[in-house]
Design a protein around this ligand. Structure first.
Ligand SMILES: *[C@@H]1O[C@H](CO)[C@@H](O)[C@H](O)[C@H]1NC(C)=O
Length: 154
């Protein structure tokens, strides 16, 4: 191998790392997917964002799970277009997209305070929660069949 190849490869690898780093910052996830028996969790101020414009963010704001209007990454407003009908909004409440296919908001000590009770719907794994550009938050099974939706729009 010619001598220049190694440094070229290293430069290329560094460039890809740089691109990946920026990609991860500029393009936050729109989906939260859960393999069987694993839960995807959103804690306080953690969100998934609608693609491209990042106009909507789904997650926990002020201990309330909902779909909020956003102005890009890390700029989520308290204006909601949908909120889960939680029985309370205690500090430390978190959202779980569960491997048992259910969606649940829990208190910090693990008491359920909201759920659409969809654990019997759908087939296979993973299930994915997706924040769509329309403002709708959808929970789909491994065949992309709709199991639950917030039915919200902007
Ligand atoms: C959030 O977005 C609004 C509207 O574009 C802007 O006025 C505000 O400065 C932004 N805040 C932050 C912290 O970026």
């Amino acid at each position: 191998m010619p001598r220049c190849s190694n440094s070229l490869l290293i430069a290329l690898a560094n460039f890809l790392k740089f691109l990946l780093g920026h990609f991860l910052i500029l393009v936050p996830p729109s989906t939260l997917c859960t393999p069987a028996s694993t839960s995807g969790v959103l804690y306080s101020n953690q969100f998934i964002y609608s693609p491209t414009s990042l106009r909507y963010a789904a997650g926990m704001l002020n201990n309330q799970f909902g779909v909020y209007v956003a102005y890009g990454y890390n700029n989520v407003t308290s204006t909601s277009i949908w909120t889960a009908g939680q029985s309370s909004t205690p500090a430390g409440a978190f959202f779980a997209a569960q491997g048992d296919r259910n969606l649940v908001v829990y208190t910090s000590s693990g008491v359920p305070i909201w759920s659409p009770m969809v654990n019997n719907g759908g087939v296979g794994a993973p299930f994915c929660l997706t924040m769509e550009a329309s403002g709708n938050l959808v929970w789909t099974d491994s065949t992309s069949t709709l199991i639950w939706q917030s039915s919200s729009s902007g």
